[in-house]
Ligand binder design. Structure first.
Ligand code: ACM
Ligand code: ZN
Length: 529
């Protein structure tokens, strides 16, 4: 650790170490420091609303953490002793990249887009002390940073089907993502155990489908249930509020509406959507259930398209996740409507019926301006044109998809499932299984070695998946996600050459202080206290 005071600093001022996560692509320590006080002007060269949002984020941090209040002034050029936030579309860098220069004269941050400036501000904030205390001056070390993300999909997922998570927590989750430069929130909104999004045309989806009468205690198969109703859903107004909160943090929200499997909550609300007509019940245990949407009945598509029609405008992002995983075919095999559909469409197997389902929904979404993404089972029976694949049963699905020139997001269970244990299960709260320690997440490379350079361009990135069968509260979610999300963030942002686990661990000590200040209930196994 560099604790020496370099000759340029005032004798009493120590040059702080830079402990940024994720590690920037290029970082050169320079001599000296810059001190931010309430006299420091923040200059912006563009008046677009995002510039104000980005700048306000910085001002809010300075004020909330240190009671330093700065004036924001419109200016075409830098001035001495100022922080100049410059939108500069002429720079030869990609959208989320930024240049950050700090020296005794001031700070200059430049990017081609507000997103890049936002990431530069995250880095600048991480150069400040991780404390909440009134300061007359906030001292930051001099540095030259040129930074760009390695991947464009830097994701974190959250399953709110198994356990509903309140809106206030979703916003915190987005705040946590932002400080890690994660940019894609995959929101798993429906499952067997709960439908969590208001659909005005089909109100029973939430009045019936969002409520389960009780929840299994322990593992599935246990005869013990808690006897307590569990429910909750987001109104469309709340969804809009969250999507806008995410956009302020340059996070895209990708909704997931599960089909054709994991659909029991929807079937409980509208039994006509299943092969047998029910009755069905919102699941009270975990697993894969045989009752799924019936692709034999035309009404299934009418209703699903109505549902999607309400959801599409709420989410401005490019991709829409349609699930597609773990769909048993046993009900389809016995259903007269499904058999008829297979005959009419010349489908030779139930796998092809699954493919028919995905292709039909995929076309509807394409026609309505969305690209589809689904779990790797969407490749069964032939992959829909334009569909992106989320590889979760290992990396093979992603490898095959990339070779077929489909976009891929890597989420293999072995490296990306944050519901797996992160320490000795003996001492941990009950979890679904597996073992995924911090170091293993850190060392994950989303580009499989078997892909050629050309094929590797189809790997958009990766994401951490957070299934909540065993996570009933926001605190439990936080415990499973942090600090593993920090390890994944660095694997997704930093160049391979800049990654070093021991060095990451030393920087993580600073981040832990930020977690403490934010009230995150992170796992402390990797911190030897
Ligand atoms: C999954 O974990 N079933 C995608
Ligand atoms: Zn059927």
């Amino acid at each position: 650790m560099l604790l020496v005071c370099l000759s340029q600093c005032k004798s009493e001022v120590r040059r702080p170490d830079i402990m940024v996560i994720p590690m920037p692509s290029s970082l050169v320590n320079m001599a000296g420091t810059f001190s931010i006080s309430s006299q420091t002007k923040i200059l912006i060269n563009s008046d677009i609303p995002e510039m104000h949002r980005v700048t306000n984020y910085l001002c809010k941090h300075l004020e909330d953490a240190y009671s330093v209040k700065n004036k924001v002034i419109f200016s075409g050029s830098a001035e001495k002793q100022s922080i100049f936030i410059r939108l500069n579309t002429a720079l030869p860098i990609s959208r989320e990249s930024y240049y950050l220069t700090v020296n005794a004269k001031g700070v200059i941050l430049q990017a081609v887009s507000p997103a890049g400036l936002f990431y530069g501000i995250q880095t600048l904030i991480q150069m400040m002390p991780p404390i909440r205390q009134k300061l007359s001056e906030v001292v930051i070390p001099a540095v030259e940073i040129k930074d760009m993300p390695r991947f464009s999909w830097r994701g974190l997922h959250l399953d709110v089907g198994r356990h509903f998570m309140p809106t206030a927590f979703i916003k915190q989750y987005l705040d946590y993502m932002a400080i890690h430069k994660l940019n894609t929130f995959h929101w798993h909104l429906t499952d067997d155990q709960g439908w969590r999004i208001e659909i005005k045309k089909y109100p029973l989806l939430t009045t019936v489908g969002s409520v389960r009468k009780e929840t299994v205690v322990g593992r599935p198969g246990s005869k013990s249930f808690d006897g307590t109703q569990h429910g909750g859903f987001y109104t469309q107004e709340e969804i809009k509020e969250i999507v806008s909160y995410a956009a302020d943090r340059f996070i895209t929200v990708v909704p997931e509406i599960e089909m054709p499997g994991h659909a029991l909550a929807a079937l409980a609300a509208y039994p006509d959507l299943g092969c047998t007509g029910g009755p069905y019940e919102v699941a009270t245990s975990w697993g894969v259930f045989d009752d799924v949407f019936c692709p034999g009945k035309e009404n299934t598509f009418t209703v699903l398209e109505d549902i999607l029609t309400e959801i599409i405008p709420l989410f401005p992002g490019e991709y829409f996740h349609i699930g597609g995983d773990e769909c048993p075919k046993s009900k389809w095999q016995k259903c007269a409507d499904c058999k008829q559909r297979m005959k009419d469409e010349g489908l030779r197997s139930e796998h092809e019926l699954q493919s028919y389902f995905i292709q039909r929904i995929g076309k509807f979404l394409n026609d309505n301006g969305k690209k589809i993404i689904g779990w790797d089972e969407i490749m069964e029976g032939g992959l829909t044109a334009n569909a992106a694949v989320m590889s979760w049963r290992g990396e093979q699905g992603g490898i095959t998809a990339a070779k077929e020139r489909h976009m891929v997001v890597m989420t293999p269970g072995e490296y990306c499932y944050f519901d797996h244990y992160q320490a000795d299960p003996k001492n941990e709260p009950l979890a679904i299984g597996g073992f995924l320690p911090l170091k293993k997440v850190y060392n994950y490379d989303p580009v499989p070695a078997i892909l050629t350079a050309d094929e590797s361009h189809f790997i958009l990135g990766a994401q951490g998946n957070v299934w909540t069968e065993y996570l009933k509260t926001p605190e439990q979610v936080e415990y499973m996600v942090f600090p593993r999300a920090a390890a994944l963030a660095e694997a997704l942002w930093s160049p391979k050459s800049a990654r070093n686990y021991d060095n990451f661990k030393s920087r993580l000590n600073r981040l832990a202080k930020v977690y403490d200040l934010m009230g995150i209930h992170y796992c402390k196994t990797e911190f030897h206290e």
